[in-house]
Design a protein around this ligand. Structure first.
Ligand code: GLN
Length: 535
């Protein structure tokens, strides 16, 4: 297409309605029509990125190939559409302000007074447009975090107002709201939606399309009422009922003509409805997979979103093994040598989760030990891998004080050590080893068998690493390094060949698993867990 088109996704009434899923679904549906798309998120908080946020604040921190720590919605974007996002896909109020303030300090504004309007809004607009131009996308879908009416999202909405005015038919606003059902009155209430649209209109934005989140089916009467009150065409009012899986959303949105509504608004040809073949096949397979396989997630965050990409990767891998994956959270802080057997009982495979800091790590070591000596398929990611390494040092190599420098600075046996390049870094934000790095897999290793190629690239987010001084000793005792970085020689993967499946990765494979392209490590781990269950 000659000109890039822009779709803004805003939210009203309450947060957590699933703007990320709607944005991803729009992306998916446009891709199916042959368009080249990207999805971008603006988060109205002041942190430069979510990298320094506690997962309790904001769920998982997702990492892009180019090493940006981002909101977990970017994970949905990639999983739904298979696109690769970059640092241009994730912005915060903090980043916008920082770039304006940096320009001011450089003197770029030539003595002008710097204000929210126009300087901050111009910077927001520039960031929306630049991504479309730079990569020549047909569509840029921009999701605005937060809810209309929040003080902090006002500059973003003002930028959208201006962009809509400038771009005319090349920009649409999709507004997602909520229609609550009042049990006592047995009524669905559209008033919050009306108010939310009024709020948008008062800023000068007329939404083009409304998506109503609802727990009950909305009849045409309700949809007509909303259309009438909100100045929106009837065929542009779409409902989004609760569904058994987020992956059903694109199909449901297509059935209601969301993509057609967008194309019509933008005066683009409609053409035939794409069949979404592979996607539907995935859903069919998912629905047919009833036989269960149980995976225990050993971690410290009792919060689903904290391990979002890992959970999704495991569930996807289940589908490709025709199994329903049942995930149980096992709180590593509560694990002891006495209760570990009972707590891990019934799990066909164990995932030892990533993390930072002291809390809950001894429990991860206990779980790794139990899984190793009982030969339960085990997958450790980042901190999880590091805990597998420490466990092996303590119980096989005989170094009872073995630890990571992150946990015990003075340990004599620092089998996990701070990376050389990290030693002089004191600032916390964006300073880890981040993003995609090369890894070469060892001949004869299990992982080479799984990946079926020698050279891979995976994404990272860590400060500590396997201490190569101990490598020979590990390998002599049966834990081998089966993947290493060709430049720095950092150990990227460890495995114990004699066991059913005992693999730890310093990188995060979960950031690369998508619905149509599940990650081979996850698929193979689930396969091994199923075989383990049979026995
Ligand atoms: N805390 C560990 C490190 O910095 C592991 C990080 C992680 O699990 N993402 O190396």
């Amino acid at each position: 297409m000659a000109e890039t088109k822009y779709i803004f996704v805003t939210g009203g009434v309450v947060s957590s309605l699933g703007k990320g899923i709607i944005s991803s679904s729009i992306g998916k549906l446009l891709q199916a029509r042959g368009y080249n798309i990207t999805i971008q998120k603006f988060d109205p908080y002041i942190n430069i990125d979510p990298g320094t946020l506690n997962p309790y604040e904001h769920g998982e921190c997702y990492v892009t190939e180019d090493g940006m720590e981002t909101d977990l919605d970017l994970g949905h974007y990639e999983r739904f559409t298979g696109i690769k996002t970059t640092k241009e896909n994730s912005l915060t109020t903090g980043r916008i302000y920082k770039s304006v303030i940096d320009k001011e300090r450089r003197g770029d504004y030539l003595g002008k007074t710097i204000q929210v309007v126009p300087h901050i809004t111009d910077e927001i607009k520039r960031n929306v447009k630049v991504i479309g131009k730079k990569y020549n996308y047909d569509f840029v879908i921009t999701e605005i975090g937060g809810t209309v009416g929040d003080i902090e999202s006002t500059p973003f909405l003002e930028a959208i107002r201006q962009l809509k005015w400038e771009l005319g038919k090349d920009a649409v606003c999709v507004h997602l709201t909520y229609v609550p059902y009042l049990k006592a009155a047995q009524e669905l209430k559209t008033k919050p939606t009306q108010h939310s649209v009024k709020e948008l209109q008062s800023i000068g934005i007329q939404p083009d399309i409304l998506i109503l989140r609802t727990e009950q089916h909305l009849n045409d009467g309700v949809l007509k009422k909303v259309a009438g009150f909100c100045n929106v065409d009837f065929d542009c009012v779409i409902q989004s009922e609760d569904l058994p899986s987020i992956y059903e959303v694109p199909v449901e949105m297509q059935a209601q003509g969301l993509d057609v509504a967008i194309l019509k608004k933008m005066q683009l040809p409609i053409g035939e409805t794409p069949s979404l073949g592979p996607w539907r096949k995935f859903l069919e397979r998912r629905n047919k997979a009833v036989e269960e396989v149980h995976i225990g997630l050993v971690g410290k965050y009792d919060l689903q979103d904290a391990y979002k990409s890992i959970r999704e990767s495991l569930l996807q891998a289940g589908v490709y093994n025709d199994r329903k994956v049942i995930l149980s959270f096992i709180n590593s802080e509560e694990l002891t040598n006495e209760n570990v057997g009972e707590r891990l009982k019934g799990q066909d495979g164990i995932m030892i989760c990533p993390g930072f800091g002291q809390r809950g790590i001894e429990g991860k070591i206990i779980a790794a030990h139990y899984a190793r000596v009982n030969d339960i398929p085990t997958f450790g990611i980042c901190l999880g891998m590091q805990m597998m390494v420490i466990e092996f040092a303590r119980n096989v190599l005989g170094y009872s004080d073995a630890n990571s420098r992150e946990i015990d600075e003075k340990t004599e046996h620092n089998v996990i050590d701070i990376m050389e390049e990290q030693k002089n870094i004191t600032s916390m934000g964006g300073t880890m080893r981040l993003g995609a790095y090369e890894c070469v897999l060892a001949q004869g290793s299990r992982v080479l068998d799984i990946y079926k190629k020698e050279n891979i690239q995976e994404r990272h987010r860590h400060r500590y690493e396997f201490n190569n001084e101990y490598l020979k000793e590990y390998e002599r005792h049966g834990m081998i390094c089966s993947g290493r970085n060709p430049e720095s020689d950092l150990v990227e993967i460890v495995e114990i060949p004699g066991l059913k499946w005992y693999i730890g990765t310093q990188f995060h494979p979960e950031y690369r698993s998508t619905v149509l392209n599940p990650h081979p490590l996850f698929v193979d781990f689930i396969k091994a867990s199923i075989e383990n269950k049979k026995k």
